[in-house]
Design a protein around this ligand. Structure first.
Ligand code: NAD
Ligand code: UD1
Length: 338
């Protein structure tokens, strides 16, 4: 039986997607260097599904190792999550982001071509739209100039994929532009476990509520939005994982490189998020208004129509579920995977 290779499969989105793949009956090989994750996530995946993915601890930049993996396993498709994602870090260490995200993808693509594997699902980001020209953002909206080196690394990989698909018709590629993934698996066993102080709103808020951090800084209340705080399209990570399975199916009868937004189409402000988390946790979220964060945009939410029509996929989980699943994960695992 053919298998799916999941790079970065021990990470936040990769672990939830590996779980969904196993539950759908796929054979899964995870390749991860554990630079931002723990093998415990894969043990939890096995605990929930009753099936363990094969695990290779390796770096996607290691072409010789990839060659071995493709020789050992009958891999049909690659889901490529492996990469670095911290915006601030990318500003301080831009070359590291080019090396890991862009060069890493190049090495992987070469190894795939050498092994005759031409189906790929790539984790891109709404950040490639830069300062969006229209709202909601459809895939037809031109990509902009991302506000940071992390975002530019995603756009460089997207361009590399489009060039490759144009040069060789054997490639079948899904470029998935995620909006803001949040939430956790409903069991509370899998979730987001950021190293150090979280950069993103929801994990930060969750750590404030359990007392690991003193208070949340709300970055700006003078944006042109209903309550002045930034608006984003938060999407449950399990909905996102399901989107990958639909993209995988869509590649059976589509060649070339295709882009799909994975978002809900619904925007929530930072204050909406605080209130929803207070309801889910039954606890207050102490916060103060702080200056805007450089590089932030006011509003960003998806037009998810293309994914609905072409992938038959819609996000089904609403904000209360996103927040209660985050809270269950945080509550059951106050120190993450430990
Ligand atoms: P994550 O850090 O939890 O997962 C990434 C995984 O890749 C980690 O397990 C890490 O150890 C591994 N990894 C990193 N570099 C590697 C390398 N060179 N070789 C092998 N493994 C490597 O992040 P995530 O939130 O699960 O994100 C997954 C992907 O989705 C990333 O490519 C990210 O840029 C993209 N993305 C994430 C978000 C988000 O908000 N989480 C939004 C848009 C796009
Ligand atoms: C950020 C990244 C983006 C990346 C995405 C997912 C930036 C500029 N953008 O998006 O490139 O793809 O994460 O990893 O970093 N907020 C607060 N207080 C906080 C944290 C956030 O008020 O402590 C606000 C932000 O101003 C924003 C919203 O919450 O309005 C969401 O922020 P965040 O979770 O960091 O995601 P993005 O900024 O959308």
């Amino acid at each position: 039986m053919s298998k799916i290779l999941v790079t970065g499969g021990a990470g936040y989105i990769g672990s939830h997607t590996s779980l969904a793949l196993l539950q759908a009956g796929f054979e899964v090989v995870v390749l991860d260097n554990l630079s931002n994750s723990s093998a415990e996530a894969l043990r939890r995946v096995a605990q929930i599904t009753g099936r363990a993915p094969s695990f290779v601890q390796a770096d996607v930049r290691d072409g010789a190792m990839l060659k071995e993996v493709f020789a050992q396993h009958p891999i049909d498709t690659v889901l490529h999550f492996a990469g670095l994602k911290a915006v601030g870090e990318s500003v301080a260490q831009p070359l590291r982001y080019v090396d890991n995200n862009v060069h890493g993808s190049q090495v992987l693509l070469q190894a795939m071509a050498d092994a005759g594997v031409f189906k790929l699902v790539f984790s891109s980001s709404a950040t490639v739209y830069g300062e969006p020209a229209q709202m909601p953002i459809a895939e037809s909206c031109p990509v902009g100039r991302p506000t940071n080196p992390y975002g530019r690394s995603k756009l460089m990989v997207e361009d590399m994929l489009r060039d490759l698909a144009a040069a060789d018709q054997r490639w079948r590629m899904a470029i998935l532009r995620y909006f803001n993934p949040v939430g956790a698996h409903e069991t509370g066993l899998l979730g987001e476990d950021p190293r150090g102080t979280p950069n993103n709103l929801v994990p930060y808020m969750a750590q404030v509520v359990v007392g690991r951090l003193p208070e949340l800084a709300v970055y700006g209340n003078d944006y042109p939005t209903a309550d002045g705080t930034g608006v984003r399209d938060y999407i449950h990570v399990v909905d996102l994982a399901e989107g990958h399975l639909r993209a995988l199916q869509a590649l059976h009868f589509r060649s070339g490189a295709h882009v799909w937004n994975l978002g809900t189409g619904q925007g929530y402000s930072v204050l909406d998020m605080i209130r929803a988390f207070e309801v889910a946790s039954g606890r207050p979220v102490p916060y103060r208004i702080a200056p805007r964060r450089p590089g932030d945009i006011a509003i960003c939410y998806a037009d998810p129509t293309k994914a609905r029509l072409e992938l038959d996929w819609v996000a089904r989980r609403g904000l209360p579920e996103m927040m209660s699943d985050t809270w269950r994960w945080q509550h059951m695992n106050p120190a993450g995977y430990g």
